[in-house]
Structures are given as structure tokens and as C-alpha cells.
Design a protein around this ligand. Structure first.
Ligand code: FVH
Length: 298
């Protein structure tokens, strides 16, 4: 028999997780603060619990009947505070809590400590997928926490997405997650600014995006591994596109935004960083030098 799983939180993501577990044949108990959310799960065979406590207890009972390991509880709520208010005071003894709620590394470590005091095993997770991707090959989820707990539940977790275990420190999954989300928002911010410029001149967005924006960004992405190699192995002597040149050209980006009536606020921080790089003697370096400046500022 497949491991019984409890899912707490039936938002867009929790519902997708519960669906994937049900499709893979895991007995699945679900709970959501607002009752009756995602009624399709009932037809798919989910057991609906009236309270979070009942949902967790259900998973333990089914597990005992099945003779498998401790109850597996997947938590996918809005923010860390909601995880705390949902789990605090519940009997979690012997359960494994897998928390896939977005959090900071500090929040994840604090949750791990609280749940250890409550007698639970804890894995923190960071989902790198949107809900329709869950259970498909493109999705992956970072996990951190005790490796033996991850290995014990690996098979059930593989149903959700490719698991990427990143270490015992419970804060690591959140750090990887936030790093990728930060990269994504940088990319989206750049694309949104480009589209604001183009549409400010009444040029159709879709055609521009398909013909130019996506091919350009895709080509630029190929320079990132080189940047990473320079961070790991030290900078190469010369940069094809040095920072002094980029800082000078960057002024035109801000001026053009202003002239087109587009808010330059997504652009200005990068301009400041480029100027700081030149002012502190990195004018001949490549873009990887900016990573050092960001870290020094922290
Ligand atoms: N959806 C996505 O694209 C991203 C993909 C990557 C991972 N994120 C994170 O996943 C967490 C859940 O996201 P979600 O998409 O399921 O979010 P919602 O659809 O807004 O559902 C929120 C659920 O949280 C429940 N909730 C909110 N406040 C409370 C509370 N005080 N106590 C208990 N539960 C609470 C809410 O319940 P209800 O409003 O229906 O009663 C939903 O179940 C999130 O961390 C993303 O960053 C998703």
C-alpha cells in the first residue's frame, strides 16, 4: 500500500499536490481553512477532514493500519505565519512534516526547531513549479533537513515533482528557492520594462516578444554559466563587454525610459551598481564582478 499522506492547504498549489498524490494512488486526507475548497478532490477520492488536527490524526491512523512509517503531512499554506498558526498546539508526535510553504531560510530554521520540540521530523521544501506543472517532468522541489527523513519519504515526494535534496540545514531549500525566484523576478522585470518601452510606441507586444525579446534573452542566458565559472575559479583577464562600457551605455536606458514616459524604477538599481563598480576600480571587469559588490554591500 502507498504511504498515506495528509495535505494541509488547498490553494492552487495544495490542490495540485493533492491531485498528484491521489493520481499516484496515495490515500490522501485533505484540510483547508475555508471548508469545501477544491470539491473535485472529493470525486478523486480524497478524505476531507474538518480540522487540521483531524487531518493529521487521520494520516497517523491510516499509517498504523497500513503498517508503514510515520504519518506524512504536506503543508502548503500562504506564508510562514499561517503555518505557525495552523500547526502550533497540535499533536505532531511521530509525524513527518514537509513544509512547502514559501519562506525565508530563517523562518524555515525556526519552524524546524519548533516542530522538533513538538516531536515531529521536519523537511523544508521550495517548489520550483506553478500548479499545472506539478507531477510533470519540468517541475522540481528543493528539500532540506535530515537526509534519512528525506530518503524515507523520497518515493512519495517523487510523485509531486523531481526532488532536489540540498542539505541538512533546514534553511537551505528556502535559500535555493529564493535565489531562483530572485533570478526569475530580475528576468521578468527586464521583460516587463522592455514591453513597456515597446508598447509606449504603440508597437504590438506579441510580435516583438516572439521575434526579438525571447530570442535575445535566450541568447543572453548562455553567458550566465561563464559568469558562474568566473565566480568559482576567478575572473578571466579581459571582458568582451567591460563594466565601464556598460555603465556608460546604461545612462541611455534610463534616459529613454523617461523620454518614453516609462517608469525607470526597475532599471535604476542596476545603473547605480554599474557606476559603483566603475568607481571602485572594476571598470575593466565583466559582469561577475557585480556579484562581489552585491555581497560586500550585504
Ligand atoms: N501558485 C504558485 O504559482 C506558487 C508556485 C511556487 C510555490 N508557491 C507557494 O506555495 C504556497 C501556496 O500557494 P498557493 O498558490 O496554493 O496559494 P493560494 O492559492 O493563495 O492558497 C493559499 C492557501 O493558504 C491558506 N491560508 C491563507 N491564510 C491562512 C491562515 N491564516 N490559516 C490557514 N490557512 C490559510 C488558504 O486557505 P483559504 O484562504 O482557502 O482558507 C489556501 O489554502 C505559497 O507559500 C506560495 O508562495 C505557489
Amino acid at each position: 500500500m502507498k504511504t498515506p499522506v495528509t495535505v494541509l492547504g488547498l490553494g492552487a498549489m495544495g490542490t495540485a499536490l493533492a491531485r498528484a498524490l491521489l493520481a499516484a494512488g496515495h490515500p490522501t486526507t485533505v484540510w483547508n481553512r475555508t471548508p469545501g475548497r477544491s470539491p473535485e478532490l472529493d470525486t478523486l477520492g480524497a478524505t476531507r477532514a474538518a480540522t487540521a488536527a483531524e487531518a493529521i490524526a487521520a494520516s497517523a491512523r491510516t499509517t498504523a493500519t497500513a503498517g508503514a512509517g510515520g504519518g506524512l503531512v504536506v503543508v502548503c499554506l500562504l506564508v510562514d505565519d499561517t503555518v505557525r498558526s495552523t500547526l502550533d498546539g497540535l499533536d505532531l508526535t511521530g509525524h513527518t512534516i514537509v513544509n512547502l510553504t514559501n519562506s525565508t531560510p530563517e523562518q524555515s530554521r525556526a519552524t524546524a526547531e519548533r516542530l522538533a520540540s513538538a516531536g515531529a521530523s521536519y523537511l523544508d521544501g521550495g517548489i520550483m513549479a506553478v500548479p499545472p506543472m506539478i507531477g510533470t517532468p519540468g517541475a522540481f522541489i528543493f528539500y532540506s533537513g535530515p537526509q534519512e527523513v528525506f530518503e524515507e519519504h523520497r518515493t512519495a515526494l517523487e510523485v509531486l515533482a523531481r526532488p532536489a535534496y540540498v542539505g541538512t540545514d533546514p534553511g537551505l531549500a528556502a535559500l535555493y528557492d529564493i535565489a531562483l525566484l530572485s533570478g526569475m523576478y530580475g528576468l521578468f522585470g527586464g521583460a516587463q520594462h522592455a514591453l513597456a518601452l515597446i508598447t509606449s510606441a504603440h508597437i504590438p507586444a506579441a510580435d516583438f516578444t516572439q521575434q526579438f525579446l525571447v530570442p535575445w534573452l535566450t541568447a543572453m542566458l548562455t553567458s550566465i554559466p561563464n559568469m558562474a565559472r568566473q565566480l568559482d575559479n576567478g575572473p578571466v583577464d579581459t571582458a568582451d563587454s567591460n563594466l565601464a562600457m556598460q555603465a556608460a551605455a546604461y545612462e541611455n536606458l534610463v534616459t529613454t525610459a523617461q523620454k518614453q514616459g516609462v517608469d525607470p524604477s526597475l532599471l535604476t538599481p542596476m545603473g547605480e551598481l554599474l557606476r559603483r563598480a566603475v568607481a571602485t576600480g572594476h571598470g575593466e571587469s565583466g559582469l561577475s564582478a557585480l556579484v562581489g559588490l552585491l555581497r560586500a554591500a550585504g
